[in-house]
Design a binder for this molecule. Structure first.
Ligand SMILES: *Cc1c(COP(=O)(O)O)cnc(C)c1O
Length: 709
C-alpha cells in the first residue's frame, strides 16, 4: 500500500483560495448583483469549510483528539495569526480601527482584518472539537457541531427568520454585541472540523464515486436554489452559511479524498495559504495602482478586471514568494539515503499485525504496543503514530526519554515505562502523563516522596527475579498502596519461559501465574486491586497462553511480525508479516583473480576467479560482524549471494559470480523479500547466534528509515 498523500486535497486548496479572492472582490458586481449572489456568495462559500475540514481531517487522525498535536497546531496557527496581524497593522492604524475595548473582540473572534477571522475561528473551533471528541466521540461531536451551525445560520443568511421572532431577535442582538457575525469559532468552525474528524475516523470507507458525484451535483443544485432564494429579497444580514453547504462540502471532500496516491502538494498548500493571507493587501495595492495610473475605470470599477488583476497578482506573488523561500531556505529534507542504504518500514503491515494479535485476544483485552528501543529499531514515533491511527491506545517504552519522545510526537493514551526511572525525574513523568513501573518498595517510596501524582503500575516479581516486588511478600506489596501521592492504576508481571512449551517450562509459567493470582486475590480482598489494569503476557505469553484473561497484552516482537527465535512453535499462529526490510545497493563490482583475498585479515580467498560486489552497509548499520562467519547471505535480483570476508564497519563484500548480470546500483536486500526469496531477521539472528530482538533493536542507528503505509 502506498503512503496516503491525498494530492487532490492539496490541489483543491488553490481553487478554494481563488474562491475566497472572488468573495472579497465580487467579480460580477459590474454586471448586476445577481450573478455574485448565486455564484460568488453561494457556490464559493464551499472554500472556507473545505479549509476547516482539511485541518480537522489531518489533525484528528483516526477521529481522535491528541492533546499534544492540538497544542502544537494551535500554537502554529496563533503564530501565523500574529504575523498576519502585524502585516496588516499599518492598515489598521491608517484606518484608526484599533479602538479599545473593541480591539479585544477583534483579536479574539472577529479578526483584525476582515479575512483574519479565520485564524481565531480555527483555534477556537479546534479547541472545542478537541474537548468534545474524547467525551462524545465523532458522532456526538458532529451532532454538537451541527447544532451550533444551525444556531449560527439564524444569525447569518437566515437572519430574516430570527427577526420574525422577537425573543430570537433579542438573543441574536445580544450575541452581536459580543461579536460581529455568527460565522466564527463557536458557531461555524466546529461542524467542519468535526466533519474532517469524521472522515479521518473512517477514511477507508468513503461513499462510492457515483454517490459522491451524484450527491455533490444534487447538493450544488440545492445550494444554488437556496442562495438565490435567500438573496431574492436583497442581501441577507450576512451570507456565509447555508444549510445545503453541509452536504455539498461533505460530498466534495469525499470526492477529493478518493485519490490517495501521487505527489504531495506542499507547494499548493503554501501558495494557497499565502494567497489567503495576502490578497487583501493586493486588493489595496491594485486600488492604489489604479488611482496612481489613472486607471480607476478599469482596475477599480470594472469588477471582473479588478478580480482578475487581484487574482493574478496574489497567485503570482505567492508563487514567487514560495519559490524564493525554497531557494533561500535550504530544504531540511535530505534524500532518504545518499549511499543507498536504508530501512524500509511497512506501517501497513505493522497495523495489520496489531489487528491480527488483537484477534487472538479474549473479549475486553487490549493491545499494549511495546515500542521500546525505537520500536525494536523500526522508529518509535512513526510506528506509534500509525498504531494510534489504527486505534491502539496503550504503549510501552523502556525509559522516560522514550516516553517523552512519543508525547512530543503526538501520542496520547497510556504510555507505560517498563523499566526503572530515577525518582528525581518525577516531575517529567507527571508533566508528560507517563505511567511509571514501580520496581521495588524502595523505588515506590522514593518516587512518592517527590510529591507528584504520577500514575504507576506495580511490578510483581513472580519468578523471573528481575524487576518487581516479590509475589511471596504480600505485606510489602500491600504497603505500596499506602503511598500518598502516586496514583496506582495497574499491576503486572512478566513471564520468563512463556516461549517454551516443554512440560517443565509450562509448569514454571503456571507457577508464575498462580503466584501473581494470589497477590491479586489478596489485594482484591483488601479492596486495593479492583480498579487496576492487570497484565502479564508479552508476545509469546499471548501466542502460547491465548486463553488467559487480562486487561492488556504487551506485545513487542510479534507486532513487528517476527519470532525471537526461528525455532519457536506457538499454540496460536496469527498471520504476521515482517515490518522491516534492510536494503542497500551495489556500489562497485570487481573481478577477483584466483588466489587473491578479500577484506581484513585476508579471511576469504578466491580459489578460482570470482566476481565480487562491494555493498555500503556494515556492522555500524546494525548487521553483526559475525554474520559472515555464520554463513550470511544477501539477496540480489532475487538470488542468494554469500557474504565474503569480514564485515567492515561501513561495508561488506558479496560473491555475485553466480548471477549472470548484476550492475552497479542494483538493490541488495539484507533483510526482507526480493522476488521469490526472503531473508528474515530471524535468519540473520540465528546465523549470528542471537535472537531477533537484538538484531532489530540495533538497527536504524545510521541507515535512514523510509516509511510506507
Ligand atoms: C520488552 C518487554 C515486552 C515485550 O516482549 P516481546 O517478547 O517482544 O513481546 C513485554 N513486557 C516487558 C516487561 C518487556 O520488557
Amino acid at each position: 500500500m502506498a503512503r496516503r498523500l491525498y494530492p487532490n486535497i492539496d490541489r483543491f486548496r488553490l481553487w478554494a483560495a481563488w474562491m475566497v479572492v472572488a468573495i472579497h472582490t465580487l467579480p460580477f458586481a459590474s454586471f448586476g448583483g445577481a450573478w455574485d449572489g448565486v455564484l460568488t456568495l453561494t457556490l464559493c462559500r464551499v472554500a472556507v469549510p473545505f479549509f476547516f475540514m482539511t485541518s480537522g481531517f489531518f489533525l484528528f487522525r483516526g477521529g481522535f483528539a491528541d492533546g499534544e498535536a492540538v497544542r502544537r497546531f494551535c500554537r502554529r496557527t496563533a503564530g501565523m495569526y500574529g504575523l498576519a496581524m502585524l502585516l496588516y497593522l499599518p492598515v489598521n492604524l491608517y484606518a484608526r480601527q484599533l479602538v479599545f475595548p473593541d480591539v479585544i473582540g477583534d483579536i479574539l473572534i472577529n479578526g483584525t482584518m476582515y479575512h483574519l477571522w479565520y485564524f481565531p475561528a480555527l483555534i477556537l473551533g479546534v479547541l472545542i472539537v478537541a474537548a468534545l471528541l474524547p467525551r462524545l466521540r465523532v458522532g456526538g461531536t458532529l451532532a454538537v457541531g451541527v447544532a451550533l451551525y444551525l444556531l449560527g445560520l439564524l444569525g447569518d443568511s437566515y437572519f430574516a427568520l430570527a427577526e420574525a421572532v422577537p425573543p430570537l431577535l433579542a438573543f441574536y442582538e445580544a450575541l452581536f454585541t459580543l461579536f460581529d457575525y455568527t460565522r466564527n469559532g463557536l458557531f461555524y468552525a466546529p461542524v467542519w472540523l468535526a466533519l474532517g474528524a469524521f472522515f479521518a475516523a473512517r477514511q477507508d470507507r468513503l461513499p462510492s464515486l457515483t454517490v459522491s458525484l451524484g450527491g455533490l451535483a444534487l447538493s450544488f443544485g440545492v445550494l444554488i436554489a437556496e442562495g438565490a432564494k435567500l438573496h431574492s429579497g436583497g442581501a441577507p444580514r450576512h451570507d456565509s452559511m447555508y444549510l445545503s453547504l453541509l452536504p455539498c462540502v461533505f460530498f466534495l471532500f469525499a470526492l477529493l479524498l478518493g485519490k490517495r496516491e501521487g505527489r504531495r502538494g506542499t507547494f499548493c498548500r503554501d501558495v494557497s495559504m499565502l494567497v489567503y493571507l495576502l490578497h487583501p493587501a493586493v486588493i489595496l495595492a491594485v486600488r492604489g495602482a489604479g488611482e496612481l495610473l489613472g486607471l480607476e475605470k478599469w482596475l477599480i470599477e470594472q469588477s471582473l478586471v479588478h478580480f482578475l488583476a487581484v487574482s493574478l497578482l496574489s497567485f503570482g506573488g505567492a508563487a514567487v514568494l514560495c519559490l524564493l523561500w525554497r531557494r533561500l531556505v535550504p530544504r531540511a529534507k535530505q534524500p532518504a539515503s545518499t549511499r543507498g542504504t536504508h530501512l524500509e518500514i511497512d506501517l501497513g503491515a505493522l497495523c495489520r499485525n496489531a489487528r491480527a494479535l488483537e484477534a487472538e485476544m479474549p473479549e475486553g483485552c487490549r493491545l499494549m504496543a511495546v515500542v521500546k528501543a525505537e520500536a525494536y529499531g523500526h522508529g518509535a514515533v512513526r510506528c506509534s503514530q500509525a498504531l494510534w491511527s489504527a486505534g491502539v491506545r496503550h504503549f510501552a517504552v523502556a525509559t522516560a526519554e522514550e516516553g517523552v519522545a512519543l508525547r512530543r510526537g503526538g501520542i496520547g493514551g497510556e504510555i507505560l515505562i517498563l523499566g526503572y526511572t530515577d525518582p528525581a525525574a518525577a516531575r517529567t513523568l507527571w508533566r508528560y502523563r507517563l505511567t511509571q513501573t514501580l520496581v521495588s518498595a524502595g523505588h515506590a517510596a522514593a518516587l512518592d516522596a517527590k510529591g507528584y501524582p504520577v500514575r504507576v503500575h506495580v511490578k510483581i516479581d513472580s519468578g523471573m527475579h528481575r524487576l518487581g516486588l516479590d509475589a511471596r511478600d504480600p505485606d510489602a506489596i500491600a504497603g505500596i498502596f499506602g503511598c500518598r501521592h502516586l496514583k496506582i492504576t495497574g499491576m503486572f508481571s512478566h513471564l520468563c519461559v512463556s516461549d517454551e512449551r516443554s512440560g517443565e517450562a509450562v509448569a514454571f509459567t503456571e507457577e508464575q501465574l498462580s503466584r501473581f493470582e494470589r497477590v491479586r486475590e489478596l489485594l482484591e480482598k483488601s479492596g486495593g486491586a479492583e480498579a487496576l489494569t492487570v497484565h502479564v503476557q508479552s508476545s509469546t505469553g499471548l501466542l502460547n497462553y491465548p486463553d488467559l484473561r487480562y486487561h492488556l497484552v504487551r506485545a513487542g516482537i510479534a507486532l513487528y511480525g517476527l519470532r525471537a527465535e526461528r525455532r519457536w512453535e506457538t499454540r496460536a499462529h496469527p498471520d504476521l508479516l515482517p515490518v522491516m526490510a534492510l536494503r542497500s545497493t551495489v556500489a562497485l563490482l570487481r573481478q577477483i583473480p584466483a588466489g587473491e583475498s578479500v577484506g581484513y585479515a585476508r579471511a576469504w580467498r578466491a580459489e578460482e576467479a570470482r566476481r565480487v560486489a562491494v555493498v555500503p552497509v556494515g556492522y555500524a548499520d546494525g548487521l553483526p560482524r559475525n554474520y559472515a562467519e555464520g554463513g550470511g547471505e544477501v539477496l540480489v535480483r532475487g538470488v542468494r549471494c554469500p557474504v565474503v570476508g569480514r564485515i567492515c564497519m561501513d561495508q561488506l563484500m558479496i560473491d555475485v559470480t553466480a548471477l549472470g548480470d548484476v550492475a552497479v546500483g542494483d538493490t541488495v536486500t539484507l533483510i526482507g523479500r526480493d522476488g521469490g526469496e526472503e531473508i528474515t531477521a530471524e535468519e540473520v539472528a540465528e546465523r549470528c547466534g542471537t535472537i531477533t530482538n537484538e538484531i532489530l533493536s540495533r538497527m536504524g542507528e545510521r541507515p535512514a528509515r523510509v516509511y510506507t503505509e
